[in-house]
Design a protein around this ligand. Structure first.
Ligand SMILES: O=P(O)(O)OC[C@H]1O[C@](O)(COP(=O)(O)O)[C@@H](O)[C@@H]1O
Ligand SMILES: [Mg+2]
Ligand SMILES: [Mg+2]
Length: 365
């Protein structure tokens, strides 16, 4: 797109937003531009695919086949490279008091040669990374929090703020095109990377999620572990026109949450990775601070909703850095319905057509 036509770059967008706050220092804008630079760099590495020599698992310590992170998950080479990119591109600028990442067990301290700032950056450097080797869209998710005044070394407690206190949140998606989707608390705006200029251009201003949908996304292989309200909701979607909902639904599952969130921001839908009984030691699959909260903030700012099933994600008081949580988000009326099912009185004999003899997910005798 020639720049003779009217177009807004991410830099221009941030500067115009900042004019609303005449006393602002500019630190926030510098931070977001550094995050955007990190995302551009990761986008290039992802785009080179096998040619870049970055596919596959990261080598483990001596004797181990693959490197494993604090969550016990195998790290891809690109997980580690993306994490290092976020750290190195953002740590020097004097805007941050510290960082936390999916790939780091402990909070990251800003090296002593750099000035410290008033924000905390929390991120999932590469979401959906199990999909990298099969060339499916992946992305980076980030959340910006305020640091308490005068922090020296950051501690876990500094990051344990409810999602409602986020200053900004967003993600970059590395798909057929690279996009950065951002909220600073005044709606949601989408920017597409112009590969010629290497600039993010505002292409999707003021994104709004339709309140109703006929698309749902869930990993149905976990259906035997679901709680009753989720079984009921999915049963009703699968029953379609012949059931209580009186309309047909379509199901999607990319297994890359950032890609599902993007689809929902573009055209509506509902995503569920609910708490289930698969592993009683885990209270969900996805992580609160760097997956659920930033996506929740984006959803709510676009007129959608994000819930644990029982309460709004943004209200949850975090208890640990890598805390997992049940996550349901998307079109407002569907999320409200799922939350109402959770909060309705439960009975043991609730019908569950999903597990009936003639059901789609029939359990063999
Ligand atoms: O393996 P499953 O059950 O399909 O889970 C997929 C989910 O795991 C994730 O890949 C977790 O994120 P990471 O890749 O950052 O660990 C989500 O993006 C996705 O929704
Ligand atoms: Mg993730
Ligand atoms: Mg990740």
């Amino acid at each position: 797109m020639p720049l003779t036509q009217h177009c807004t770059t991410l830099t221009q967008f941030l500067i115009e937003e900042r004019r609303r706050f005449p006393d602002a220092s500019g630190d926030f804008n510098s931070l977001i531009l550094n995050v955007a630079l990190a995302c551009k760099s990761i986008a290039r590495a992802v785009a080179f695919g096998a040619l870049g020599g970055m596919l596959g698992n990261a080598a483990g310590a001596e004797g181990a086949d693959a490197s494993v992170n604090v969550q016990g998950e195998t790290q891809k080479k690109l997980d580690i490279m993306s994490n290092d990119t976020f750290l190195h591109v953002t740590q020097w600028g004097g805007q941050l008091a510290g960082m936390a990442s999916e790939e780091l067990e402990l909070p990251y301290q800003i090296p002593s040669q750099y000035p410290k700032g008033k924000y905390l950056l929390v991120f999932d450097p590469l979401d959906g990374s199990s999909n990298i080797d099969v060339n499916v869209s992946v992305g980076s998710i980030f959340s910006v929090l305020r640091a308490a005044d005068g922090i020296e070394d950051v501690k876990e407690e500094d990051f344990l703020q409810p999602g409602s206190q986020q200053v900004a949140a967003g993600y970059a998606i590395y798909g057929p095109s690279t996009m950065l989707v951002l909220t600073v608390g005044t709606g949601v705006n989408g920017f597409t990377l112009d590969p010629n200029l290497s600039e993010f251009m505002l292409t999707h201003p003021d994104l709004q999620i339709p309140p109703d949908t006929n698309e749902f996304a869930i990993n149905a292989s976990n259906s035997r572990f679901w709680e009753e309200p989720i079984k009921r909701y999915v049963d009703e979607c699968v029953a379609g026109k012949s059931g209580a909902r009186d309309k047909d639904f379509n199901m999607r599952w990319i297994a890359s949450m950032v890609a599902e969130a993007h689809r929902i921001l573009m055209r509506g839908g509902v995503f569920m990775y609910p708490r289930d009984t698969k592993d009683p030691s885990k209270s969900g699959r996805l992580r609160l601070l760097y997956e659920a909260n930033p996506i929740g903030f984006l959803m709510e700012q676009a007129g959608g909703r994000a819930s644990t099933g029982r309460q709004s994600i943004m209200e949850v008081q975090p208890t640990s850095l890598h805390q997992r949580i049940g996550l349901i988000f998307g079109s407002r009326n569907e999320v409200d319905r799922i939350q109402a099912y959770h909060n309705a009185p439960q009975t043991d004999d609730m019908p569950s057509p999903l597990f009936n003899e003639r059901s789609l997910f029939r359990v063999p005798a």
